[in-house]
Design a protein around this ligand. Structure first.
Ligand code: PEP
Ligand code: CO
Length: 441
């Protein structure tokens, strides 16, 4: 076995009643083909090394949790289109390559703040994501079922297959960018901003064509690359999909290109950090408002002992009202000469409950991004990327934005299985605002 997680303290794991079945599932998963290859993870590391140097920008995003019920081609296509639109806005606005990493094809397991959920005096185990149990509130649904890992693997394989097909099969052709609209962009201002961007890109393409460079003969203009990522939370799944690369003899987690460790499982001596310290993929770690710089230095020692650029992505998620804690952290880290990607997740520190709905305000999200940006700049640190929970669908889960979702709208299309996501309008609007930040001197 690559790594015996049972020898370590492991937070946020389900209790499987049927141990024999768990072992059978692990055995079966271990025999399945890898979802990604070592070389692809290495390519991503190279792309992220460019982010470290400020030559590229990281856009990471997707659902809070993928679900078995919402698994269909249209949802995957719409998320893919949204990624392309946002990346276009960011790269055209900044002149930088945008590295796209989707929270897709494996983002199923969820850490929870409580092991149990209580409703009407009934206490049941918490929902931990479709790879573990089901979100309906009954005894049977909440039992951890190991076989769900096999279903999650198959859904991930099919999702990745479609993402790979879209990336090379015409949908990413720059000459067709006008056709990327998701069909419901209702805000005239975002719509017309996007149209004017498309117009400029079309002009640039015409200019290149006059030099014989066209999207018909240059794959850089008609293909794209989208990497996958998820929180490496469920230890039996992650270890079963970790494989030794025959070329380098190094281990890679082959369930996604990049894996991250959540805020609740980032203790350096515990199973999650120890497991990912033994694989060569690019790794992310979420850092909440209570962290200090020595926590991050310890994580760097264990997860990136060679200070390799592109290996480690520090994802801050402090909340708009606590982001000033970042000032002393970045001041300390700026003295260390660390090769890190610094990015901001402005979602998880800004969750609040309004009228019984878990939601987030667009203005808080924007404010946290802006503060991150300015604190980084003051400390000569490169703000390397953003990490969003978003969807290509027209949901009403986050408040505000030009599309002006109000608390009374929340019940209209509140579809998430877990945390509230930006809808496509709100996500695209943020991309325009971040492009402006990238251009600030
Ligand atoms: C998440 O990204 O969905 C998540 C749970 O993040 P965090 O660990 O930062 O709370
Ligand atoms: Co979330």
């Amino acid at each position: 076995m690559f790594f015996d997680y049972t020898k370590y303290n492991a937070a946020q794991q389900p209790e499987y009643e049927n141990k024999e079945e768990l072992q059978e599932v692990i055995k079966e998963l271990s025999s399945y083909p890898p979802l990604i290859f070592a070389m692809e993870a290495n390519e991503l590391k190279k792309d992220l090394a460019k982010v470290c140097k400020g030559e590229a920008f990281l856009l990471q995003g997707g659902d809070c949790a993928e679900s078995f019920n919402d698994f269909n081609a249209n949802n995957i296509r719409d998320m893919f289109k949204l990624f392309l639109q946002m990346a276009l806005v960011l790269s055209f606005g900044s002149g930088k390559q945008v590295v796209k990493i989707a929270r897709m094809a494996g983002q199923f397991a969820k850490p929870r703040s409580s092991d149990y959920e209580e409703k009407n005096n009934i206490k049941l185990p918490s929902y931990r994501g479709d790879i573990i149990n089901s979100c309906e509130f009954n005894d049977f649904a909440r039992k951890a079922d190991a076989k769900r890992m096999l279903k999650a693997y198959l859904q991930s394989a099919a999702t990745l297959n479609l993402l790979r097909a879209f990336s090379v099969g015409g949908l990413a052709d720059l000459a067709l960018i006008n056709k990327l609209n998701l069909g419901f962009v209702r805000r005239d201002d975002i719509d017309s901003k996007y149209e004017s961007l498309c117009h400029k890109v079309n002009e640039a393409i015409k200019f290149f064509e006059s030099y014989g460079i066209s999207s018909k003969n240059d794959s850089r203009l008609h293909e794209t690359k989208i990497y996958t990522s998820h929180e490496a939370l469920l230890l039996p799944y992650e270890t079963a999909l970790t494989r030794k690369d025959s070329l380098s003899d190094n281990y890679y987690n082959c369930s996604a290109h990049m894996l991250w460790i959540g805020e609740r499982t980032r203790n350096v001596n515990d199973a999650h950090v120890q497991m990912l310290s033994r694989v060569c993929n690019p790794i992310g770690v979420k850092i909440g408002a209570n962290a200090n710089s020595s926590d991050i230095l310890k994580l760097c020692e264990v997860l990136n002992p060679n200070n390799e650029a592109g290996r480690l992505n520090i994802i801050f998620r402090m909340g708009a009202n606590k982001i000033s804690n970042l000032e002393h952290i970045l001041k300390d880290l700026s003295k260390e000469g660390l090769n890190l990607v610094y990015s901001i997740d402005p979602m998880h520190g800004n969750t609040q409950s309004i009228d019984g709905y878990k939601t987030r305000k667009f203005d808080d999200i924007l404010q946290e991004v802006k503060s991150f940006w300015h604190i980084a700049k003051v400390n000569n640190i490169i703000p390397g990327g953003v990490h969003f929970e978003m969807t290509g669908q027209n949901v009403t889960e986050c408040l505000g934005g030009s599309v002006n979702i109000k608390s009374t709208d929340l019940q209209k299309r509140y579809e998430t299985q877990c945390d509230p996501r930006l809808n496509a309008d709100q996500a695209l609007e943020l991309a325009f605002l971040i492009a402006e930040l990238m251009n600030e001197k």
